[in-house]
Every structure is written in C-alpha cells, then in structure tokens.
Design a protein around this ligand. Structure first.
Ligand code: BGC
Length: 368
C-alpha cells in the first residue's frame, strides 16, 4: 500500500512538473539584423535582445553581414529552430520572399523592424516616421540657408541618398526633396551636378566609402573651379561620414558646408562637435525595441494589436498608422511609427538626457 502511495505521489509530482515546464516554456523570438558594420544595428540588436530576455523570452540574434543570401539562411535556421515570432530588419526588402512564405505557411508572425519587407506575410511594421526624417533634413537646410527669404540669392547643394534595396531610403529622400524641390525649380537652389534623381544619388548598402568616392568625384568635377558648395543633404550618418571626409580633403572653399545626417552615430556626433557635420536626425532605437517588445507580446498573447497598445509604451511618442505603408497593392501594413528628433551641436544634451549617451571630458559624446 505504502509503495503504491509513493508511486502515485511520484506520478502526480512528475505530471505537475511537466505542466509547470509547459506553462513556463519560454517563447522563442528570432531577431535578424542586417549587419554589424553600421553602428546603429549593433545597438538595435543588443536592445532587442535585452528587452525580450528581460521579459522572459528566449532569443536568437543574427547579423547577416549585409548579404541577402546570408539573411535568408539565418531566418531559415530560425524557422527550423521553431521560433514563435520573427523580428526582421531586411537587407533587401524584396529579397526575403522564400523565408517569408515559409513563415506564413508555418504561422509564424513577422514584425518588419525599421525597414519594411515587401511581402504580405509581414504582420506589423515598427519603425520611425521615415518620410518625416527626410522632411526634418530638408527643413533644416531650408532654415539654415533662410531659403524662404533668399530673394535673388542662390545656393549650391548636392544630395546623397541611401540604399535602393532598403525601402526606407526612398522615404528619406522624398521627404527631404519635397521640402526643397520648389526652391530647385525656382532656381534658388542649384544642384550643380544636376543629379537630383534618387537612383543617381543613391548609395548601395549605405556604404561610407561609396558615398565618399561619389562626393570626391563630384567635388573634383563641379567645384574645383571655386564654385561654392553651401549644403550637402545626406540621408544618414554613414553616408554623411563619407561626404564630410570628401569635403574636408577635396573641397577648395573655406565656408562651412551644411551637412545633414541621421542616427546619432558616435563618429558623426564628433563631427557635429567639430563642425564637419551640421545635424543628425536622432532616432532612439532603445525606444524602438520597447515598442517592438510590446507589439510582439500582444501578438503572442493573442491580444488586440492596434492604437490602444500605445498606452503600454511608457510614454514613448508613437503613431499607429494603417495607410502609409503597404507590402503589395492595396495590402496596407499596420504600422507603429515613432517620432524622430533633430540634434545639432546646440542640443547634444538631448542625447545625454536619453540616458544612452554621456558627455566625455573631451567634449565628445560617448555611448553608455
Ligand atoms: C535606417 C537608418 C540607417 C540606415 C543604414 C535605414 O533603414 O532607418 O537609421 O541609417 O538604414 O543603416
């Protein structure tokens, strides 16, 4: 009798144990980032991993060296490891169809992170308002040159945009161009190279050296005769770094050229302090990770994912948008879009206040 009791007890205990394990089994989240070669994605990857692990999820984090095939493989492996949800910042927004189809077949939800993937299997999009990023850059140039009151004055400028494979790049460029195109048409702004089409000014993979080489060539071809360069609109910091370097070494004029950027990369913040870059559009990617976690939690818990979720973002400014982004004609992607901020050397404190940067003794910002 005693033996039987022991046996029953052991059985009950082991059953309890199994059920606790099932209840507590952490859900697995695959986080696929494009590359470690561009500063921000290291931060995104790290913040996402931290956020999800702190919330009790298991994570798989990969970087794919800016190679589409490698990203396809990385995501394929995540699916083979039975992830419950995917978070993807795509290298090539149109290059992930096979794995996106597999995710859809296996019922794995996908959050398109920062960059929209062109496939209807995307469940939600979390990003910043990309068009506004460009608008802020364009408006910065407009204000800095006081274009609205230019009268007969004219200014010379050039554009450098991002990677055509990145869905964001067109939004950034258009946002900026739409602010400035009236001045270009009126002749107040002269794009001396004549290169005003996105494809002409794009930078494959957002590569700094590619941006530098193009800028050096344009400076040699159009500005070597003493033509003044007033502004160079760059869509982000990795391209601004190349352009600033080209201006430093290959521009003959001695005026301060307005150079825009985006991200708040440490090297660019140094350039801002040194006057080699004028502004950056800062996007707090720690907040982007928090919003992503809340969206993922709601998806995995079967809760409603919509405007009301913003209340869970701890005061992070964010819009729920269902009309701006689409993965195919008529197929709009519900999007959570955070708000970007202009940073110049006059408000570097804004970055220190985020708690993610500190001011070093030498007057340059460091990442915390
Ligand atoms: C991001 C930018 C970044 C660029 C290059 C874009 O998709 O939104 O923040 O500068 O990629 O990494």
């Amino acid at each position: 009798m005693k033996k039987l009791l022991c046996l029953v007890l052991a059985l009950v205990m082991s059953l309890m144990c199994v059920s606790v394990m099932a209840e507590g089994a952490a859900k697995k989240v695959g986080i696929s980032m494009p590359t470690q070669s561009l500063e921000r994605w290291n931060r995104d990857g790290e913040y996402l991993k931290q956020q999800f692990e702190a919330a009790g999820y298991e994570t798989i984090l990969t970087y794919s060296d800016n190679k589409n095939d490698q990203q396809v493989n990385d995501i394929d492996n995540m699916l083979s490891q039975n992830v419950d949800l995917l978070i993807i910042a795509a290298i090539d927004g149109d290059g992930l169809n096979t794995v996106m189809d597999r995710a859809a077949e296996e019922g794995v939800p996908v959050i398109s992170y920062d960059r929209l993937i062109g496939n209807d299997a995307v469940s939600y999009y979390v990003s910043f308002d990309n068009y506004t990023v460009g608008t802020l850059q364009g408006k910065f140039v407009e204000a800095a040159l006081d274009l609205a009151n230019a009268g007969d004055k004219t200014f010379n400028m050039e554009f450098t945009a991002g990677d055509p494979a990145d869905n964001n790049a067109g939004y950034f460029f258009n946002g900026a161009f739409d602010v400035l195109k009236g001045y270009i048409e009126a002749g107040t702004i002269k794009v001396v190279s004549g290169q005003t089409e996105f494809q002409q000014v794009a930078t494959a993979q957002w590569n700094t050296d590619t941006a530098l080489n193009r800028a050096s060539n344009l400076l040699a071809s159009y500005y070597a005769d003493g033509t003044v360069l007033d502004a160079w609109l760059c869509s982000n910091d990795s391209t601004a770094a190349g352009v600033a370097q080209a201006i430093e070494s290959d521009y003959a004029g001695d005026n301060a050229v307005i150079v825009t950027g985006q991200d708040g990369d440490i090297a660019n913040l140094r350039n801002i302090v040194d006057g080699k870059q004028t502004m950056t559009v800062y996007k707090n990617v720690a907040n982007e990770a928090i919003v992503t976690l809340e969206v993922a939690k709601a998806i995995l818990e079967g809760a409603e994912v919509g405007e009301a979720l913003i209340a869970n973002f701890g005061g992070i400014e964010c819009a729920f948008d269902t009309t701006s982004y689409f993965t195919s004609e008529g197929h709009f992607t519900p999007s959570f879009l955070l708000v970007p901020t202009v940073v110049t050397k006059d408000n570097l404190d804004y970055l220190v206040d985020t708690g993610l940067y500190a001011m070093g003794d030498d007057g340059y910002l460091i990442a915390k």
